[in-house]
Write a protein that binds this ligand. Structure first.
Ligand code: AMP
Length: 192
């Protein structure tokens, strides 16, 4: 069993690379962004709360996000076989909570892949994604706020996981296949 965190700014390619990694390693995919968008689409109370943060480019409060994640782990027994966490953790508090949640399940984060991409390229990619997919938070104003939130609240996780000896920084520009191959080379060295 192998738990992988895929980490990076909005638009860094987490979702795209997750799909390839799931196929390669047979992992259960948890994308917190997708989970939240699904709650919004279904019009649930939780979805309405989530939308009030997502539409402004802000993070869902830690307590709420952590409880959503715990429910996902509990309600999907397949997660015990190994998970790719895509978009979680996004704060140091979430990383600490993930450590506790996995320890309670006799498990841990084995590796963290950090996709590193320059802001100018991220903005370009996100604007294009907004045009192609119609995703509501991919507009310039919200993109700028999401990047600001990334740099202030999420990027400190890099040092957190470097200190744990788990961080694998990957240059996230170039072809999808080349980036995937770099990730695979890093992961295969540490995968149990
Ligand atoms: P994503 O699809 O990962 O880009 O996430 C879209 C939006 O969902 C983010 O901009 C946040 O508002 C919210 N979100 C997703 N994951 C988290 C998380 N781990 N903590 C807080 N908010 C999150």
């Amino acid at each position: 069993m192998f738990n992988l965190v895929i980490f990076g700014a909005p638009g860094s390619g987490k979702g795209t690379q997750s799909e390839l990694l799931i196929e390669e390693y047979g992992l259960f995919h948890i994308s917190t962004g997708e989970v939240l968008r699904d709650l919004i689409a279904r019009g649930t109370e939780l979805g309405k709360i989530a939308d009030s943060y997502i539409s402004k480019g802000n993070l869902i409060p830690d307590e709420l996000m952590i409880s959503i994640l715990a429910d996902l782990l509990d309600s999907n027994p397949a997660t015990a076989g190994g998970v790719i966490f895509d978009g979680f953790p996004r704060t140091i508090n979430q990383a600490k909570a993930l450590k506790v949640m996995l320890a309670e399940r006799n498990s841990k984060v084995h590796a963290v892949v950090g996709l590193e991409v320059e802001d100018a390229e991220l903005i370009e990619r996100l604007i294009k994604r907004g045009q192609d997919s119609g995703r509501a938070d991919d507009n310039l104003e919200t993109i700028k706020q999401r990047l600001e939130v990334y740099h202030t609240q999420t990027s400190p996780l890099k040092d957190y996981y470097v200190a744990e000896g788990k961080y694998h920084g990957i240059h996230g520009s170039g072809s999808v296949k080349d980036i995937f191959n770099s990730i695979k080379t890093s992961i295969d060295k540490v995968k149990p």
